[in-house]
Design a protein around this ligand. Structure first.
Ligand SMILES: *Cc1c(COP(=O)(O)O)cnc(C)c1O
Length: 399
């Protein structure tokens, strides 16, 4: 099976001309029109902190770059078009984007969050934001009854990832949005793992989407950033106000990197998906691998949901080697794969969640949700897949 091009009639965002442009076309052209003064086909890096004014209060729409910057505006237009939102706001990192979303709330508000999130997210919630009167309840968001039971009168947000990191559990986005809206809570989806190429939560009912653009959107492991995509102009206004007040904005250079990276998102994701499936199949058959977590495998408990709400399965795979010692034996041997945190780059990155991305969750927390010491996570890159497979083969032989 080949990943489907994700554009289909069911897309609902606004039309351009008579026919809505396809995803790859939007990735290259939305917000990226040639520069009107010079004709440059790439959006320039506007490295300017301030902007000249003709007279008091008369300017071209820009006053100071914490508030707004032309390079940033172009990127925000582009990312809103890719997720099908009305606007987007970009931040200095994925964590800054998540922090901005939660600081839209106020003391006394309650947030329901997935129990298996990127490790930095519960660290922000439990070690920083709880000190400001926000409360959090963690649930398995693949269990819709558990989500509904956790909703309180003061629940304002449900924050989730699907698939989760690194266990690759899915949440039914259409169903969870329906439940949350019935109770007056908004749904925020961290869509970093799938990118808008394979999954667009807003079309399924989500109220906001966030990304660490550090990962697939930029795709080249050379810049940090985050984005919040909004469905309502009021959300964007509030986030713009937070950018101005708190200042955790993305720099013009980083904006330019992502504008460049996103132009190849469609072709990169197709290759990530194609190689991801091959690596998952290989691992599933390997004698030394005890379990593989990948929604594209027919024995994944939510394989049918994955086929329904995503247009591909992506390249994030977790697998069980049996012990910390086994994980380390193989991770020491990899040569094509790089042992490193992060994901979504053109290069294959392999990591150990228990000591890396999910160290802050603590041993008890990891045990509760099923992240073991023997678990290894791989973000399959776009090198020749035979080289990736050969590398994994020789590394697994060390176990
Ligand atoms: C990396 C990551 C984040 C945090 O983003 P940064 O850019 O590192 O701040 C949040 N969510 C997910 C799913 C991630 O992978």
């Amino acid at each position: 099976m080949i990943a489907k091009q994700p554009d289909s009639k069911k897309q609902s965002s606004k039309k351009q001309g008579s026919k809505k442009q396809g995803f790859a076309t939007r990735a290259i052209h939305a917000g990226q029109e040639p520069d009107p003064t010079t004709g440059a086909v790439n959006v320039p890096i506007y490295a300017s902190s301030t902007y000249v004014q003709e007279e008091i209060g008369k300017h071209k729409g820009y006053e100071y770059s914490r508030v707004s910057n032309p390079t940033r505006d172009h990127l925000e237009t582009n990312l809103a078009a890719l997720e099908g939102g009305v606007a987007a706001k970009v931040f200095a990192s994925g964590m800054a984007a998540i922090n901005a979303v939660v600081t839209m709330l106020k003391s006394g508000d309650h947030i329901v969050a997935g129990h298996n999130l990127y490790g930095g997210t519960p660290r922000l919630f439990n070690q920083v934001l709880v000190n400001f009167g926000l409360t959090f309840t963690y649930v398995d968001t693949s269990d819709l009854n558990a989500v509904e039971r956790a909703l309180q009168k003061n629940t304002r947000l449900v924050f989730l990832e699907t698939p989760t990191n690194p266990l690759m559990e899915l949440c039914d986005l259409r169903a969870v949005s329906e439940i949350c809206h019935r109770h007056g809570a908004e749904v925020v989806v961290d869509n970093t793992f799938m990118s808008p190429f394979f999954q667009r939560p807003i079309e399924l009912g989500a109220d906001m989407v966030i990304h660490s653009t550090t990962k697939f959107l930029n795709g080249h492991s050379d810049g940090l950033g985050g984005v919040v995509v909004c469905t309502k102009p009021e959300q964007a206004e509030k986030l713009a106000f937070l950018q101005k007040c708190a200042g955790a904005i993305m720099s013009p250079f980083e904006c330019w990197l992502i504008l460049r990276g996103v132009k190849t998102l469609a072709v990169r994701m197709l290759q990530h998906d194609c190689s991801g499936r091959k690596v998952a199949d290989y691992l599933a058959k390997h004698k030394k691998v005890q379990k593989v977590f990948y929604p594209g495998l027919p024995d994944h408990p939510q394989h049918e949901l994955a086929k329904r709400q995503m247009t591909g399965f992506g390249s994030m795979i977790a697998f069980e080697t049996g012990s910390l010692a086994n994980a380390n034996k193989m991770l020491r041997e990899v040569r094509v794969c790089s042992l490193a945190e992060s994901l979504g780059g053109v290069e294959t990155l392999i990591s150990h969640p228990a000591t890396m991305t999910h160290a802050a969750v603590g041993e008890a927390g990891r045990r509760k949700i099923g992240i073991t010491d023997g678990m290894v996570r791989i973000s399959v890159g776009i090198e020749d897949v035979d080289d990736i497979l050969a590398d994994l083969d020789q590394a697994l032989a060390a176990i």
